[in-house]
Design a binder for this molecule. Structure first.
Ligand code: GLU
Length: 448
C-alpha cells in the first residue's frame, strides 16, 4: 500500500492487467516506492496521466525467428523489441539472448532503461530487445544464422535516430557484428544503428569495460560521500560471470580493494586474502566461467558449488552483477550478518523489493543498477556521438568522460535524495531524478 491514492490506483491496475508479468510488476513496484515521496506534491503528474502512460510501452514488436541449425533442423524462436519511451531521445537499450527471455523481463528492463538513460544526461530514450534463443552450446555458424534471421525482421524497426540496440546477456561483440552486418546489408547504409560494435567498424574504445568501470567510479563516490573513505583495503564480493563483474573486479583491484569472492554459473571462489584478479580475467576470457579452473591454480582458496551461498561470505561491499532477482530477503540477511554495509547493483534489478526494503531498515546503504550500472549505456551514447560526427575518440578521452558522467549520476541521486529528506535513499534519488527529465519532456510533447 502506498500513501498516495493515485499510486495505489495505478499500481492495482498494473497488477490486474499484467498478472503474468511478475518482473515487470516488481520494477514498477520498486519505482513507485520512490514516487510515493513525491507524486502528490505535483498534481500535474496525475492530471497529465503521466504514470498511466509510463506503465505502457510506446510500442512492442514481437516476431517469429526461424533458422536452420547445424543438423539441418528448422528451429523457431520468438524475437522481441520493446520500444518503451522516446520522450528524450531515440529508443536505446540492449538485446538479450537467453532461454528465460519473455515479454515480462524485456518490459521490466526497458522500463528501467528509460530512467537509467535519462540519468546519464545524454539524449537517449528507453528500449530493450531479445529472444528466447539460448546461445550456450551453439556453433559459431548457428549463432550467425540466428543473428541474421533475427535481423531480417528487426532491421525495419531500428535506425540511428529511431532505435539503437546494443548488447546485453548473451550478446557480445560477435553477435553484434553478425547483427550489424545483416542490418547494413538490408538497409544499404553505414550508420551507428548499433552500439557495442567492434572497434574496426565504429565501436568505441572503452565500451567493453564501461559498465564495470563505471560501477566502481560510482562505488568510489559513495564511499567518499557517505563513509569518508576510499576503496583501499575494502573487502568486496562480486557475482556474475559476465562482462560487468569482471571489469568491476579489475578496476576495484586497481584502486586497492580486495576482491574476496566471485561467483559464476558453477559456484563461487573465496579467499580472505583476496583473489588473483589477473587470473580470473584470463580464465574468464573464453566463456566467462573461471571458478573450477581457479581452484586448480589456488587450491587453498575455497570453492562452493552454489553461487547463491556467496552472499553469506564476510565482506564490506557487495556488488551483484549477474542478473535480475539474485538477492532475496534471506541473502540480504546473510549479507548483514557478514558485515556488509554497502550494496551497489551492477546488474539490472538483482535485488528483490523485499531485499531492498530490508537494506534500508538495517543500515545497509543501497544503490540501484539504474544509476550504478549506467556506465555501459553512457559510453554507448558516446559511441553514438562518435559515429554521428565520424570521429573516433581515444580510450583516455572516453574513460574520462565516463568518470565525469558517473560522478554526475551519483550527485543527481544524492542531491535528489537530500531534497526529499531521505539522504541515504539513493534509489529514491535515482528514480525521481531519472523521472523528472522524462516527465518534463512528455508534458512538453503533449498527449501522444
Ligand atoms: N544492456 C546494457 C544496459 O543494461 C547496455 C545498453 C546499451 O548500451 O544500450 O544498460
Amino acid at each position: 500500500m502506498y500513501q498516495s491514492k493515485y499510486l495505489n490506483r495505478v499500481f492495482s491496475n498494473v497488477k490486474k492487467r499484467y498478472v503474468n508479468e511478475p518482473e515487470f510488476i516488481s520494477a514498477i513496484e520498486e519505482f513507485f516506492d520512490s514516487m510515493d515521496f513525491f507524486v502528490d506534491s505535483d498534481p500535474r503528474i496525475e492530471k497529465e496521466a503521466i504514470l498511466e502512460r509510463l506503465v505502457v510501452p510506446e510500442r512492442v514488436i514481437s516476431f517469429r525467428v526461424a533458422w536452420v541449425d547445424d543438423q539441418n533442423k528448422i528451429q523457431v524462436n520468438t524475437g522481441y523489441r520493446v520500444q518503451y519511451n522516446s520522450a528524450i531521445g531515440p529508443y536505446k537499450g540492449g538485446i538479450r539472448f537467453d532461454s528465460s527471455v519473455n515479454l515480462s523481463i524485456l518490459k521490466f528492463l526497458a522500463f528501467e532503461q528509460t530512467f537509467k538513460n535519462s540519468l546519464t544526461g545524454l539524449p537517449m530514450g528507453g528500449g530493450k530487445g531479445g529472444s528466447d534463443f539460448n546461445p550456450r552450446g551453439r556453433s559459431d555458424n548457428e549463432i550467425m544464422r540466428f543473428c541474421q534471421a533475427y535481423m531480417t525482421e528487426l532491421y525495419r524497426h531500428i535506425g540511428p535516430n529511431t532505435d539503437v540496440p546494443a548488447g546485453d546477456f548473451g550478446v557480445g561483440f560477435r553477435e553484434i557484428g553478425y547483427m550489424y552486418g545483416m542490418y547494413k546489408k538490408l538497409v544499404n547504409d553505414f550508420t551507428g544503428t548499433f552500439t557495442g560494435k567492434g572497434i574496426p567498424y565504429g565501436g568505441s574504445l572503452g565500451r567493453k569495460e564501461a559498465t564495470g568501470y563505471g560501477l566502481i567510479y560510482f562505488v568510489r563516490e559513495t564511499l567518499k560521500t557517505f563513509f569518508s573513505t576510499t576503496l583501499d583495503g575494502k573487502r568486496i564480493i562480486i557475482s556474475g560471470s559476465g562482462k560487468v563483474g569482471k571489469h568491476a573486479a579489475v578496476k576495484a583491484h586497481e584502486l586497492g580493494a580486495k576482491i574476496v569472492a566471485m561467483s559464476d554459473i558453477n559456484g563461487f571462489v573465496y579467499d580472505e586474502n583476496g583473489l588473483d584478479i589477473k587470473l580470473v580475467d584470463e580464465l574468464s576470457e573464453a566463456r566467462g566461467e573461471y571458478s573450477l579452473e581457479y581452484i586448480k591454480h589456488y587450491p587453498q582458496a575455497k570453492f562452493v558449488d552454489d553461487p547463491k551461498k556467496m552472499w553469506a561470505m564476510p565482506c564490506d561491499i557487495a556488488l551483484p552483477c549477474a542478473t535480475q532477482n539474485e538477492i532475496y530477503l534471506e541473502h540480504a540477511k546473510s549479507l548483514k550478518e557478514g558485515g556488509c554495509y554497502l550494496l551497489i547493483e551492477g546488474a539490472n534489478m538483482p535485488s528483490t523489493v523485499e531485499a531492498i526494503r530490508y537494506f534500508s531498515e538495517n543500515g545497509i546503504l543501497f544503490a540501484p543498477g539504474k544509476a550504478a550500472n549506467a556506465g555501459g549505456v553512457a559510453v554507448s551514447g558516446l559511441e553514438m556521438t562518435q559515429n554521428a560526427t565520424h570521429l573516433p575518440w581515444s580510450y583516455e578521452e572516453v574513460d574520462k568522460k565516463l568518470e565525469i558522467i558517473m560522478k554526475d549520476i551519483f550527485k543527481k541521486c544524492h542531491d535528489t535524495a537530500n531534497k526529499f529528506n531521505q539522504p541515504r535513499n539513493l534509489a529514491l534519488g535515482a528514480n525521481i531524478a531519472g523521472f523528472l527529465k522524462v516527465y518534463e519532456a512528455m508534458v512538453a510533447q503533449g498527449v501522444i
